[in-house]
Ligand binder design. Structure first.
Ligand code: NAD
Ligand code: ADE
Length: 439
């Protein structure tokens, strides 16, 4: 197969894509400020960025910012069901190299990663670490179907890839887990900034962004009434807690399932019922997973569920709700809409899975609101600049977003919201630094 400049669903969809990108711009003032500075200073001049992100209107503004900074950007989808095809078309018309469409299969997904890697990126930006783990599998010669699909595209490039890379960044919790696993085995090949873990990301994007957009996904897919429903949230971490609060805000009775005693206790003291998965599966109407873990809802839980339950996942991969068990237990599988698959059990119960068990906020809605992505993607843009300036001195490890960048993004966001920060007086600063003033 010859190399492609882009691979998307339909270039003719661009009009609607341009309008959506313009709409997102209104809510992304911090990224806009960074774009204006990048346009003058060109901190990413001659840098090739390979990005594996959800292809949305917000991502469009990130890649435009990187290009204003001087970068050449190659973008592929970070999930087979999250691409907004009209946005992809607008980006292609605007001259970007974009690879991905809604509904791609596994082979196509990895071929698209191959096209991004064929650009020999200097910086990688990931959401879930599929780009980075692909590079590592190729380097360490770990064979799999996925690697074979990529090698079909990039040919002999293989190990050469790593030589060009200055550093990378990672957008989500699951991606950071995977990077830490590589790092703990001493295998991480270049420095990667854990954007996910910055305060101005994980305190807002994960709970506030996913909290709202996961429920948006459930509602858009089903138009079900949340009020009065028995909602089971599995995982009460950053994402799950956001979903639980918002489901309660809409009038649901919310139960939390947790394995971590501290997070379970937080949920309990915030007034949620805390139960095991086996107890919760008997009474829930709507189940939403947000654990980053595998098979948290499985055979024995499906067997106990009521007729008509709705199953949705907000975690990164489609592994949290065990689809294989669902299939094996079913006598019939019906596609009700693009977003609802109904599994009919032997005893006639019908369990409805949303978005094929992929992240419901992106598969069945539009992902996080732009105003939240403003912070996450401002961190991404500033992290790319930081890598270019500092890569020679960075360790081959998972590194934190520098505190100054984190605070800058928070400050700019506050300013853009017309909010004022209080300033400490000199006396207050001295007081906090001293130890001899007491009772
Ligand atoms: P987190 O580590 O803060 O929370 C995960 C929670 O799940 C933890 O409290 C953990 O104890 C719990 N957990 C793990 N296994 C469990 C099990 N078997 N049963 C019950 N609870 C269990 O992580 P997070 O930042 O909340 O991210 C969760 C997932 O959401 C990750 O996969 C992340 O990548 C993804 N994510 C998705 C979006 C989105 O747009 N959909 C946005 C951000 C993060
Ligand atoms: N992750 C969650 N929401 C997103 C969005 N709107 N754009 C890109 N990535 C996202």
């Amino acid at each position: 197969m010859g190399l492609r400049n882009y691979w998307i669903k339909d270039p003719n969809l661009s009009d609607s894509g341009f309008k959506k990108i313009k709409w997102a711009e209104r809510e992304m003032p911090v990224l806009k400020m960074i774009m204006e500075r990048f346009s003058k200073e060109k901190p990413l001049k001659n840098v090739r960025v390979g990005a594996c992100l959800h292809i949305t209107k917000e991502t469009a503004l990130l890649v435009k910012t990187l290009r204003e900074g001087g970068a050449e950007v190659y973008l592929c989808a970070s999930n087979p069901l999250s691409t907004q095809d009209d946005v992809a078309a607008a980006l292609v018309e605007d001259g970007f190299h974009v690879f991905g469409w809604r509904g791609m299969n596994q082979k196509e997904y990895y071929e698209c990663i191959g096209y991004v890697l064929s650009s020999r990126p200097n910086i990688t930006i990931d959401d879930g670490a599929d780009l980075v783990t692909s590079i590592h599998k190729i380097y360490y010669k770990i064979s799999s179907n996925e690697v074979a699909y990529i090698l079909n595209i990039i040919g002999e490039l293989g190990e050469e890839l790593v030589k060009n890379i200055m550093g990378g960044s990672e957008e989500t919790t699951t991606g950071v887990y995977r990077l830490r696993s590589l790092s703990s085995q001493g295998k991480l090949l270049y420095p990667i900034i854990a954007v996910n873990d910055a305060s101005s990301k994980s305190l807002f994007d994960n709970p506030v962004g996913t909290g709202q957009s996961a429920l948006d996904g459930v509602i858009r897919a089903t138009n079900t009434l949340i009020a009065g429903k028995d909602v089971i949230v599995v995982g009460f971490g950053r994402v799950g807690s956001g979903i639980a609060y918002r489901a309660r805000g809409l009038g649901a009775r919310v139960t939390v399932v947790e394995v971590d005693p501290i997070n379970a206790l937080r949920a309990a003291m915030d007034g949620f019922r805390v139960e095991s998965m086996s107890s919760a599966s008997k009474h829930g109407d709507i189940f939403i997973t947000a654990t980053g873990n595998i098979n948290v809802i499985r055979r024995e839980h499906f067997q106990a569920m009521k007729d008509g339950v709705i199953l949705a996942n907000a975690g990164h991969f489609d592994v949290e709700i065990c689809k294989r068990d669902l299939e094996e237990l079913s006598v019939k599988i019906e596609k009700i809409t693009d977003c609802i698959t109904t599994y009919v059990m032997k005893d006639g119960r019908r369990l409805h899975l949303l978005g094929d068990g992929r992240l419901v906020n992106l598969a069945c809605a539009e992902g996080h609101p732009s105003a939240v992505m403003d912070m996450s993607f401002s961190l991404q843009a500033l992290s790319a600049e930081y890598i270019v300036k500092n890569y020679k001195n960075l360790p081959r490890d998972v590194i934190s977003v520098p505190r100054e960048i984190d605070l800058t993004v928070a400050r700019l966001k506050l300013i853009s919201m017309g909010l004022e920060l209080e300033e400490m007086t000199e006396e207050q600063k001295r007081y906090l630094e001293s130890w001899h003033l007491g009772t």
